[in-house]
Structure formats: structure tokens, C-alpha cells
Design a protein around this ligand. Structure first.
Ligand SMILES: [Zn+2]
Length: 226
């Protein structure tokens, strides 16, 4: 019967149209989401240094930030890096450079309209036994707290993790400079010999980037469903 054929053709056409729309919508949503990845320190500000090897925190931060960039780009996000080289963001290395460096990072975050900000750092503590990843968030930002919990759990689940840490509230410029969900991920302690050795290995850097990415994607899917 002709009408049945016509109805079938219409259903097929509608199904194609709906699939096409759904695919485009997914692609558009992925394009819209931006992640700012902030490699802490840089230039004359090397951050803390490894107790054994003297490796600068700024170098490790950048290496892990680049691995995160790869992962988020592969997952379809737009990634904005606050710094892409070993140089700092302060312009001339004159007085007030730290303030200018931080303001530049805030400006980049502000312009990017990100779904989240991940600031990568390494820790240092006078007691050399202290180890492991530690995530910081701003106390009055509920989404930042959720993001911090997700990333902290992913870090705690790593086989190298020695204890289950809770994310901590912190009063830091990079967390306070915007209202976007923002965390500082201290990947490990350069004051601890085992952590330092791990943070110098490519495999561990990749594993840290995987864990941070897993936590961050968990946060995005939970906030999308909310
Ligand atoms: Zn730092």
C-alpha cells in the first residue's frame, strides 16, 4: 500500500533527522565546554624544588599540564593553557612580577568562560614523610568543593596512593580570582623522596593526568545531570 510506504519513508527520514540533530548537539556542547589548565609558577618563579634532584616544580607542573591538555582535547574540549612554555606570565622580571603573573592568569580565566579551572602544582612540607596528592578548593564555592572531591577520590584510588586524603579549603589567588569551579591539584610532595622519584617518571605523570582527568570528567557529568 502506497500510504504505508510513504509513512515508512517519513519515519526513516525523521529518524535520520533526529540522529543528525543529536550528533550535532553533542558536538556543539563539547565545543562549548572549555577547560583552563594552569601550570603553576614559571620563569624566575620555579616554585618549590625536589629535595634530592633539585628539579623545579614549574617544570613538573608544565609537563603534567601538557598531559592534561592532550587528554581534554582528545575528549573534545577546548583547552586554554595559562602558560605553554617555561616562561612566566609577568612580562619583565621586575618588582611586582608575582602579582602581574597572577593577574595575567586571572585575565586568561576570565576571558575563557571555562567549565572548570585546574591549577597544577607540587607540594613541599618540612616533614619529609608527608606524601601523596592533595586537592584544594575555595571554601564558599560548592561546585569547586564537588570538583575537588571527585579529583581527590581519583588520586586516592591510584595504586601509589599511601593514604586517603580529603580535599582541603584553601585561600589562594587562583581559587579566589573567579567564580568558575576551580581547584589546585598538588600532585605530590617534592619534599618526599618517593614522591619526587615518582613525579620525575613519565609513567607516573601520565597516571596522575589520567586520574585528574577522570575526576574532572566525573564532575562534569554529575553537574550536567543536576
Ligand atoms: Zn606551587
Amino acid at each position: 500500500m502506497a500510504w504505508a510506504g510513504a509513512a515508512l519513508a517519513l519515519i526513516v527520514a525523521l529518524t535520520f533527522a533526529m540522529c543528525f540533530f543529536a550528533l550535532n548537539k553533542t558536538a556543539a556542547e563539547a565545543q562549548r565546554l572549555t577547560v583552563v589548565i594552569d601550570a603553576g609558577h614559571g620563569g624566575i618563579d620555579g616554585g618549590v624544588v625536589g629535595r634530592v634532584t633539585g628539579t623545579k616544580e614549574s617544570e613538573i607542573n608544565l609537563a603534567i599540564a601538557r598531559l592534561l591538555q592532550e587528554r581534554f582535547e582528545d575528549a573534545g574540549f577546548r583547552v586554554v593553557m595559562t602558560r605553554q612554555t617555561e616562561a612566566g606570565l609577568y612580562g619583565a622580571a621586575t618588582s611586582g612580577y608575582k602579582r602581574r603573573d597572577m593577574q595575567k592568569r586571572a585575565e586568561i580565566i576570565d576571558k575563557s568562560n571555562p567549565a572548570m579551572v585546574l591549577s597544577v602544582h607540587q607540594n613541599y612540607f618540612p616533614v619529609a614523610a608527608r606524601r601523596g596528592g592533595q586537592v584544594f578548593f575555595r571554601a564558599d564555592s560548592a561546585p569547586s568543593h564537588t570538583l575537588a572531591c571527585m579529583i581527590q577520590s581519583a588520586l586516592n584510588e591510584m595504586p601509589e596512593s599511601v593514604r586517603a586524603s580529603q580535599p582541603l579549603a584553601g585561600d589562594y589567588y587562583i581559587l579566589n580570582c573567579s567564580d568558575y569551579p576551580s581547584v589546585i591539584v598538588e600532585c605530590g610532595f617534592l619534599s618526599n623522596e618517593e614522591d619526587e622519584a615518582l613525579l620525575l617518571s613519565q609513567d607516573y605523570r601520565e597516571a596522575i593526568a589520567d586520574a585528574v582527568c577522570r575526576g574532572a570528567l566525573g564532575f562534569l557529568s554529575s553537574s550536567a545531570g543536576a
